[in-house]
Ligand binder design. Structure first.
Ligand code: PAF
Length: 280
């Protein structure tokens, strides 16, 4: 497995593979890889001849008060995981490689990005869409892999690919959880022991909500209330949002008639965690 830092090196390698008729899968990440990322790489390795993993903590998707500086990084560990999983190339650019001094073009979206995480992170999805577009143009993959844990991101990327005719298949992969139910996330490393225990309230609340929905409850308000009631029972949890939205439009729904996304964002101490379930 190769690790390269420049756009030119990626382009040359991918050109070589394409000349040989090989298919290419891309797993975009911000590094500090865990089992959730590994499941994306596993899926990509199973479906493509060559897999590129990008490891880039994208400054453009962090707000001024967010955790860009403290975001965990460990390239050696990431490289070992990627190699073991069968990736062929890691693209690990420096910020200056991705954003030149005179960088001034952005990919923005008028729908899907205003609610859920977009409400408290107003510039986040512009940063995600811009960097993912750049990665798509640099790597030119046949398929790209994103986790359902960031469900809004997955919906936004799918919409962007359709709007801008990227010609890349977007594959969404299920949420990977710790044994006790906590959704895997690089940000879980911020939690101390007490917070780690309290964080279980996220998956517990969604489990309750899912049970109610699967039992046939059609009132989205009731579903929202059940999830909220469980969350407020944990004194360390501070709710950012609990939303029941249409899985295609991400608009809030009153009735559950079609595919829905139940999504939550909760602060445990200073750490903001997200989790969700989709009922298709
Ligand atoms: O999901 C992430 O880790 C990031 O948002 C992504 C897609 C790699 C873009 O920086």
């Amino acid at each position: 497995m190769k690790i390269v830092n420049t756009i030119q090196e990626v382009r040359e390698q991918v050109k070589e593979w394409k000349k040989q008729g090989l298919s290419v899968g891309l797993v975009p990440t911000m590094g500090y890889l865990h089992e959730g990322h590994k499941s994306l790489i596993d899926c990509a390795v199973a479906e493509n001849d060559k897999v590129v993993v990008s490891v880039f903590v994208n400054p453009m998707q962090f707000g001024p008060k967010e955790d860009l500086e403290s975001y965990p990084r460990d390239l050696d560990r990431d490289a070992a995981l990627c190699e073991k999983a069968g990736a062929a190339l890691i693209f690990h650019p420096a910020p200056e490689e991705m954003y030149h001094d005179d960088f001034s073009s952005f990919v923005d979206m008028n729908t899907l990005t205003g609610g859920l995480c977009g409400k408290t992170r107003p510039i986040h999805f512009r940063g995600v869409c811009t960097v993912v577009s750049k990665l798509f143009n640099i790597v030119t993959p046949d398929k790209a892999y994103f986790g359902q844990k960031d469900a809004q991101q997955l919906a936004v990327i799918r919409h962007m690919v359709s709007d801008l005719n990227f010609g890349i298949e977007i594959v969404g992969c299920p949420i990977i959880r710790e044994e006790d139910g906590l959704a895997k996330s690089s940000r879980n490393t911020y939690l101390n022991d007490e917070e780690r225990k309290a964080a279980l309230i996220l998956s517990k609340s969604l489990k309750k909500g899912r049970e109610l929905a699967e039992a046939g409850e059609k009132d989205a308000g009731k579903l929202r209330k059940v999830i909220t009631d469980v969350l407020v029972s944990e004194p360390m949890a501070k709710i950012d949002y609990v939303e029941i939205v249409d899985w295609n439009t991400l608009d809030a729904v009153d009735r559950i008639d079609g595919p829905i996304l139940a999504a939550i964002a909760v602060y445990i101490g200073k750490t903001r965690l997200i989790d969700n379930f989709i009922l298709a």
